[in-house]
Design a protein around this ligand. Structure first.
Ligand code: CP3
Length: 337
């Protein structure tokens, strides 16, 4: 078993940082399209054999130190009774978003075993086939609530913020309910065989620091606190204004986007392991420039407690040659004492 990831997450000495990347299975790979053309996106997530196959695809191409189960953060929202569709060019859409306190009554508490058994089955198939750690994941309560209230992606997060400002206590109740669901879901993925879990709080960066500390952070902490026995990572996009508080999530490592200098972040965060943080768009640049940037990030993070990753998910039109340049630049690095 390749344990580089787990050693880095324990801040043990490593010869180089481990490397994997968010959305490493997906549309930039032609072999993904071959599988995806046989079914729709949710059908793919819900077919354990196909989901396991697309999880393995990036591992066959690149020398990666971790994998992440193929699924989506919005699957639990669908299991709570919301009508979820992925529309080409538009992304995820809920036809019946939560817009009032009354709408909250429609939501039900899902059972992972009954309503999302495919996730656990996919994990069980994968752990027998791979020699790198497998990540399980979930969307963090604020990010999930934002999608459920907006009904899809959003620029200004008008609906979720309006709900939050008008009904802060009811919003907190929803977040608490989502935190319990997320925590149980992550724990179930761990019990099925995942060696680490990641909580994606992609949209919490839309909040003011005060709102982040009231509506995002405590519920991320509540969800993570339910998972015991594996490293728990926490990702937020646009999180640099929240650096002084990120450790309060209780996460074992923090994933940062590319706007944050890892060395400068360490000065605020202390010795908690960090993950990141190449700009995904850098992969469109020339290989030598990618290599230079990868090495600058590794140098800025330092020799202990760093997992190399992109600063956010890979973009669908990314050239494969850019991914190869990134992975080999990490693979060739050696820390010397
Ligand atoms: O990392 C991996 O390889 C595992 C798979 C994974 C997917 N989604 C597959 C996916 C993971 C970890 C996610 C998480 C996810 N999903 C997040 C958090 C991380 C982030 O990137 O911010 C968010 C916000 C979502 C919601 C979501 N699902 C979006 C915004 C989209 C893209 C919509 C679009 O068309 O651009 C999806 C769909 C999705 N999830 C795809 C994949 C491979 C593409 C679907 C397709 O094949 O058409």
């Amino acid at each position: 078993m390749n344990d580089l990831l787990l050693r880095a997450l324990r801040s043990e000495p490593v010869e180089r940082p481990p490397v994997w990347f968010m959305r490493q299975a997906g549309r930039y790979l032609p072999e993904y399209h071959t599988v995806r053309n046989t079914t729709d996106f949710l059908g793919l997530c819900r077919s354990p054999d196909l989901a396991a196959e697309v999880t393995l695809q990036p591992l066959r191409r690149f020398n990666l130190d971790a994998s992440i189960v193929f699924n989506d953060i919005l699957v639990p929202a669908a299991a709570m009774g919301m009508d979820l569709k992925f529309i080409k060019g538009q992304g995820p859409v809920f036809s019946d978003p939560i817009r009032s306190v009354n709408d909250l009554g429609r939501l039900r508490v899902p059972s992972v075993e009954k309503d999302m058994p495919h996730v656990l089955d996919t994990i069980r198939i994968l752990v027998d086939q791979i020699d790198v750690p497998l990540f399980g994941f979930a969307g963090a309560p604020f990010t999930l609530a934002a999608y459920m209230i907006e009904g899809g992606g959003s620029k200004n997060f008008l609906h979720v913020k309006q709900f939050m400002f008008e009904n802060p206590e009811r919003f907190e109740e929803l977040l608490g309910q989502l935190a319990e669901i997320c925590g149980d879901y992550l724990q179930a993925q761990m019990e099925a065989g995942c060696s680490a879990v990641q909580l994606f709080d992609t949209w919490a960066g839309c909040l003011s620091p005060e709102d982040y500390r009231r509506f995002a952070l405590p519920y991320a902490r509540q969800a993570l606190s339910k998972v015991k026995g594996v490293p728990r990572l926490y990702f937020t996009k646009d999180s640099s204004p929240f650096l002084p508080w990120l450790k309060e999530t209780g996460a074992d490592a923090l994933a940062l986007d590319w706007r944050t200098h890892l060395g400068a972040a360490r000065a605020v965060l202390g010795d908690i392991p960090v993950m990141g943080n190449l700009d995904p768009v850098a992969l469109y640049g020339p290989p030598e420039e990618i290599r230079r940037r990868v090495h600058a990030i590794i140098q800025s993070a330092g020799p202990r407690g760093h997992v190399f990753n992109l600063g956010h998910g890979i973009l669908p039109t990314t050239p494969i040659s850019g991914v190869e340049a990134m992975v080999s630049a990490v693979n060739e690095w050696r820390w010397t004492d």
